[in-house]
Design a protein around this ligand. Structure first.
Ligand SMILES: Cc1cc2nc3c(=O)[nH]c(=O)nc-3n(C[C@H](O)[C@H](O)[C@H](O)COP(=O)(O)O)c2cc1C
Length: 229
């Protein structure tokens, strides 16, 4: 399955076969992780750990991420780890973004973790299985890019983004929704980065070339501009 196809089949996997993955598969995931491109000027660092490093672990493996405290740094973590999420699901395994459990040991600059392993539940069959806002609440253009963003995972499924299309450009604006928006400031910036990866994967699937991906502004005015040809 391609990363693009995985957008339409993935789910947050909350039930795992706790048997650790074989070394070869684990090494393949680590290698993929190390190859993922990051947003210009940003640097997220990772550590792949097993369940015993996490309080109340539910998956056999985790990717811990570490970054600076800024909107662009959080968005970069989302952008990078969402490629890992799509990759892991594209090879038939499960993964789950998780903000609540913490590493057992206090870790400086810890941002968020992604659990993964052998899934005990099936993938989705397609778009109809997702619980998401209708396209017209995120943009006024119904195309494959908007469809791919609509399915992006987000903290408490808050879907805090709106898309704006211009010639050769997609702008994803942070758009906090509902009563949770003040509580989710950091996670919602991760969400914007996650959705940015879905935009990129969908543009590449259409044969477009990505020219630049630039985070701009901060707080409620945070946005990311993607230029392509
Ligand atoms: C940044 C982020 C943090 C999340 N944290 C949690 C969490 O702490 N607990 C949880 O059950 N789900 C968490 N999720 C999963 C979301 O609730 C889930 O992605 C959303 O409901 C959409 O469901 P789906 O991923 O199955 O499509 C998180 C997702 C993201 C993107």
């Amino acid at each position: 399955m391609t990363l693009y196809e995985a957008i339409f089949m993935r789910r947050s996997v909350k039930k795992y076969d706790m048997t650790p993955l074989g070394n070869e598969v684990l090494e393949g995931i680590k290698k993929f992780l190390a190859s993922i491109n990051q947003l210009d000027g940003q640097k997220v660092q990772f550590e792949v750990v097993s369940a015993d490093a996490v309080k109340n672990a539910y998956a056999p493996h985790y990717i811990f991420s570490y970054c600076e405290e800024s909107d662009a740094a959080f968005a970069n973590v989302g952008y990078v780890l969402q490629k890992a999420d799509l990759y892991i699901q594209s090879i038939g395994l499960g993964s789950w973004w998780i903000g609540m459990p913490k590493p057992k040991e206090k870790k400086q600059n810890f941002c968020i973790m992604l659990g993964f392993g052998k899934t005990a539940v099936p993938q989705r069959k397609g778009e109809q299985d997702f619980n998401r806002l209708p396209i017209n609440e995120i943009t006024d253009v119904d195309n494959q890019i908007a469809k791919a963003v609509r399915l992006a995972p987000s903290a408490v499924n808050s879907q805090p983004w709106k898309l704006h299309f211009e010639n050769g450009k997609v702008i994803i604006n942070y758009f906090g929704r509902g009563i949770m928006k003040t509580l989710l400031k950091k996670l919602n910036k991760l969400d914007v980065g996650i959705a940015t990866r879905h935009i990129e994967v969908a543009l590449l699937n259409e044969g477009k070339e990505i020219k630049s991906i630039t985070p701009m502004g901060k707080g409620n005015d945070f946005k990311i501009e993607i230029v392509y040809s």
